[in-house]
Each structure stands twice: as C-alpha cells, then as structure tokens.
Unconditional design. Structure first.
Length: 640
C-alpha cells in the first residue's frame, strides 16, 4: 500500500507537468501562433494520450489505496503502462512525420503502417481503461468493418474493397481524418471551457448555487427539491456531464430531499433528471453543441443559444412534476435557512467570470479565448470572497480536476473520430436512414417516433457525445428527407441521445442516483421516467414549432408554442402523479392522460382541433376536482 501511495505521487508529477505544458501550448495556439495544423493536432493528441495513460495508472492506484478491490488489478496496471508507452511512441512518430504523412497520404510505407496500427491499438486501449468496454467495442467494430466490410454479403452493409493504406489514412494516419476528426473540437473549443468549469467548482460555486436553491425551496411545497433542481441544473450546465454531476451534487441534495419526505427513488429521480438538464442547457450542452456546430458549419454560440428555450422548458417540466408530486404527498417547504452572506460574497465570482465568457462567445470570439478569460477572472474574483476565499489546496485540487476532466473528455472525442469517419466514408449512415423509410409509415409523426426509439436504443450506455454522433450520422440525413430543418434534426436526435441516460435498461444517470439514494434501480428508473414524460415532448415541439429555437431573435409566435408545451407538461404530471386540488381516482387520471395525448397530437401536424379536445377534457375535470376537494382520499388512485 505504501508503494502504491508513493507511485501515485510520482505519477501525479508528470500529469501536472504535461497538463500545464499542454495548457500553455493550447493557450498560445488560441492566438493563432502555430505552424502547421497536422503538427498542432498531433501535439494535442500526444499530450492527451500521455495524460490519459498516466491518469489510468493513477486511477488504479487510487482504487487499491481506497480499498476498492476491482478485479484484474495487475492486468489493468500492465495495460495502462503499455497504453502509455505505446501511445507515446506511436504518436511521437506521427508528430515527427506529420507534414510528410499529410503530403503523401494514402501512399504510406510499411513502417508508417506499423506505427498507424500502434496508434490505433493504444488509443483503443486507453479508451477501454477510461470509458469501458461498450464504447471501445463499438469503435473497434466500426474500424474492423471499415477494413473488412467488403466480405459482408448483405447489400445493406457491404462496402467496396478498400486498400488497407486507404483505410488507415481515414483512421488517422493521414493526420486530418479519423482520430483527428474531432480533435480540433477538443483542442480549439472545449479545452479551456472544461478547465474553467472545474475552476468554478473548485472555488466554491457548488456550495453557492445550492444555497440559491434553498431560497427557492423556502417558498414552495416540497422545497427540498429546490437545491437539486436549481443547483444541479446550474452546475450541470457548466460541467455538461450528467453522471459526474449526479455524484457531485447528489451527495448533498439527495439526503436533504429524503429528510423532508421524498422517497429514496423519487429523490434519486429528481437528482438524475435535474443533472441531465446540464447536457441540454447552454453554454456546454454535454460537448455536443460544439459537434453540432461543426456538422452544420455554424458558429458555436448560435447553436448554443438556439437551445435556450427548449432547455428552460426542460427545467420547467421537471419543476411542474415535482410541484404536483409535492402537493400530492403534502411535502413541507424547506425549513433550512440559506446562507445569504455566502451568496453575496461568492456570486460576483460566478456572475463576472461567466458573464465575460458569454459576452465573448456572443461576440463570436473563440471558445478557447472565452474560456481563458473566464479562468483568469475566476482566479482573480475568488480572492475577494472573504471567509469563503479558497485556500491553496482547493486551487490545486481544482486545477488537478480540470486537467483530469479535459484529458478524459478529449480522449473521448479523439477516440470516436473513426466511428464518425466510417459512417460517412462508407455511407452507412445514409443506408440506415433508408431502412427506416422502408419500414415506417410515410408520415412525419410516425417517422419521428421511429427516430426517437432508434435514438434511445443507440444511446444506451454510451457517453452523450458518442450517442449523439451515432444517431446524428444515422438519422439526420433521413430526417432532412422528411422535411425537418437541419438544426432541429440534429437537436431532435441529440435530445433523445441525452434522454437515454434516464431510460432503462441502462440509464447510467439513474443508476448513480439510485446508489446515492439507497433505492432500487427499477423504482428510481420508474420515477425518472414519469418525470421525463414532461420533457419527452420538447423535441417534437421544436420540430413542429421551429420558433422555439429562435432565441435570441424571437417574435411573439414563440409564446403560443411555449404555452402549448407547458399545458401538456402540466396535464402529463397530473396524470402521472394523480393530483390536482386533491388526489385523483384512477378514471380521472386516465382522462387526464387522454387530455395529454390530445395536447401532443394538437402540437404536431395531426390537427389543431385536438387542443380543443384537450381543453374540453381538462377544464371540466379540473373544476370537478376543485369542487370536490374535501372528499376522502380515494384508495384507487394509489400513491403516484
């Protein structure tokens, strides 16, 4: 154990040195001071691989030191060392010959091919160590398919017989495809924004936003959910990652909700759905906004701002569901006082740094420059936080966490490059879309429902950017064929790729929240699904009402669309939890569910007369519930 602790300390030194050197280099590159793009991104991939290999060794040491005796300790440690050495050697060779490789592609020498295979194998091994077997298997199968697709007899999947050197060029040896496909997004867009998010959390923003959530919680029934919805939503919008946000904020919010009467499964469900909001709220959007902008060839900030109204409607839907549940179970307001002094002292750090980042992005400055400015301002402003000023250890931990996050997320984007390249080069994405057209009815709504199901299935268990890329390449061309505008098509599949973290059988966000809440996975997943029903309608809403994605250039046409969505969110929450003015009987909940369906159909192109049917069911039922609110609680309604 002592030797492992010493090894961890030793390994951490090059992690910090490489992280600092790479950060300085990316900072210099942000101002355009680089010679050649092939060399530039080769340096970035080399630095990422070295950090990822060292971090894999450090993680395995931490597991044993903390008593988490996972299987195959020696094997995984050996794999980490091999991945570190081989990726360093292979990417070192590619870096030294980057210009030559770019010039002569795809006519590589045998030596070039050997190092190409070493590069491919080592990056896949690093992906396995950090992101698990499922993602690694998907990428590996796609690469094997690229080399051997001509052997498949099915006319749907067969490919031409590509020369291996031609394929290796597209895998990444040519230094502008494959592993380089999204490396530019990682280096030029997300790098400093991710570090900025880690710095913000490191200087105490998590505690501050949870205190802001308490202010709301003191003013509403079931107010213990306020810190989870507001705090987790804000933190997740900065981090852009659902599962890590569940673990980070849930350890504080879930016990508080259980203390105030929420069941364990409901507390976990609220935390999981609130943390998922960060993936669809500007500015980060789970990294996918940068990839969408790259696909659409549009400025990142335009894409991010388009997501503002749908993202807010997501939070509104969760809030409505929680409010109905809280009234149903007569949950109290939050009694704990908010630390207003903490808010006063720490809020300027968040507002000034975050405001500067948004101002620069709105001015179409690069995300790298915006992130750099945000980091500098956060460091300066945190010095004025009085008794809440972070100490040197907290700053050190924040920087260390920033290096860790940026390394593993950059590795993710590098690793999935070949997957996207294969689908584009072999036209597999177009062929998958044509299959959907053959098997689904020739109407927009059924086709969109089919796309939703495919997105949820393809997204199971995969990181959000990966799930999004798979479904976007497979389904967006098909969706554009049925008349969905490109921006709405990309966001439609992106939303359901995000929702796959909440839907069984995998539901990674729910799994993490259930463990924190001490509840069963199935019960937490069921409660998450009931809450998510208020949000599943949003992608359909912005497809049929594109004005919902018109922020900040809005007209009054957006108001009816927003009200339509909120009305459906309210009726679906009433049906799910069985409460409006009083607990509802089973037949009343069924009628509210029918009203929800009518509202959904009215929102689509089926016919606006369904809104009249929704109103005709809703208002008499709501009036009847109000007039009979004093009657005994019906046993048939259950407990929602």
């Amino acid at each position: 154990m002592i030797r492992l602790t010493k090894l961890r300390r030793i390994v951490n030194i090059p992690v910090l040195v490489i992280g600092a050197a790479l950060t300085v280099y990316i900072g210099i590159a942000a101002f355009g001071w680089v010679k050649n793009s092939s060399e530039h991104y080769s340096i970035f991939i080399l630095g990422t691989c070295l950090m990822a290999g060292l971090l894999a060794i450090r993680n395995i040491c931490d597991e044993r030191i903390n008593g988490l005796d996972k299987r195959f300790f020696r094997l995984r440690m050996a794999a980490s060392v091999v991945a570190l050495v081989v990726s360093g050697v292979a990417m070192g060779y590619v870096l030294l010959h980057a210009v030559d490789l770019e010039r002569k592609q795809p006519f590589f020498s045998d030596t070039d091919m050997i190092f190409g295979w070493l590069m491919t194998g080592s990056i896949l091994l690093l992906t396995l160590l950090h992101w698990g077997w499922l993602l690694t298997t998907v990428i590996t199968i796609s690469i094997i398919y690229f080399f051997n697709g001509h052997l498949i007899e099915s006319p749907l999947f067969i490919t031409p017989h590509y020369d291996p050197k031609f394929v290796m060029n597209y895998i990444g040896l040519g230094t502008n495809q494959g592993f380089y496909y999204l490396a530019q997004v990682a280096a030029d867009s997300i790098y400093f924004l991710i570090i900025y998010a880690a710095i913000l959390l490191g200087v105490g923003m998590l505690d501050m936003v949870l205190e802001v959530g308490k202010i709301t919680g003191r003013r509403m029934s079931g107010g213990a959910a306020g810190p989870a919805i507001i705090g987790s939503g804000i933190v997740a919008s900065i981090m852009g990652q659902a599962v890590s946000n569940v673990v980070l904020t849930g350890r504080l919010t879930v016990p508080m909700m259980k203390k105030y009467g929420y069941s364990g499964s409901m507390a976990g469900a609220i935390e999981a759905t609130a943390s998922t909001a960060g993936q669809i709220m500007p500015p980060i959007l789970g990294l996918a906004a940068f990839i969408i902008a790259s696909f659409l060839n549009r400025p990142y900030i335009d894409v991010a701002l388009s997501a503002m109204i749908p993202g807010l409607l997501y939070l509104v839907g969760i809030s409505i569901a929680v409010a109905v549940y809280a009234r149903r179970h007569d949950l109290p307001r939050l009694a704990e006082k908010a630390n207003t002094r903490m808010i006063r002292l720490m809020l300027p750090t968040f507002l000034i740094s975050f405001g500067a980042v948004l101002w620069l992005l709105l001015g179409y400055r690069s995300p790298a420059i915006a992130g750099l400015v945000g980091i500098l301002l956060a460091f300066v402003m945190c010095l004025f936080q009085g008794k809440y000023r972070p100490n040197a250890r907290q700053i050190y931990d924040a920087v260390e966490e920033g290096f860790y996050l940026v390394a593993v997320l950059s590795l993710l984007l590098i690793a999935i490059g070949p997957l996207g390249q294969v689908m584009l080069t072999t036209n597999l994405s177009g062929r998958l879309g044509s299959v959907l057209v053959q098997y689904l009815p020739d109407a927009q709504l059924p086709l969109l429902l089919g796309a939703m199901v495919v997105s949820l299935i393809l997204g199971m268990g995969l990181p959000t950017p990966v799930a999004y890329i798979i479904v976007a390449l497979a389904l967006v061309p098909f969706m554009q064929q049925i008349g969905v505008p490109p921006l709405q098509a990309h966001f439609f599949v992106f939303y359901f790729a995000v929702f796959s973290t909440l839907t069984p059988p995998v539901a990674v966000s729910v799994l993490a929240a259930a463990k924190l809440a001490g509840a069963s996975f199935l019960s937490t997943a069921w409660d998450s699904m009931k809450m998510a029903m208020t949000t599943f309608i949003i992608p359909f809403a912005f497809v049929f009402s594109p004005e919902l994605m018109s922020f900040p250039h809005m007209s009054w046409n957006v108001l009816p669309a927003v009200l339509e969505v909120m009305a459906i969110q309210w009726t679906v929450s009433i049906a799910a939890y069985g409460y409006i003015f009083r607990p509802l009987a089973g037949w009343e909940r069924l009628l509210f569910a029918i009203a929800t369906l009518c509202g959904f159909l009215g929102m689509t192109d089926v016919g606006k007369e369904y809104f009249i049917a929704q109103a005709a069911i809703f208002f008499p039922l709501a009036a009847y519930a109000y007039l009979t609110r004093g009657r005994p609680r019906p046993e048939a309604a259950g407990h929602g």
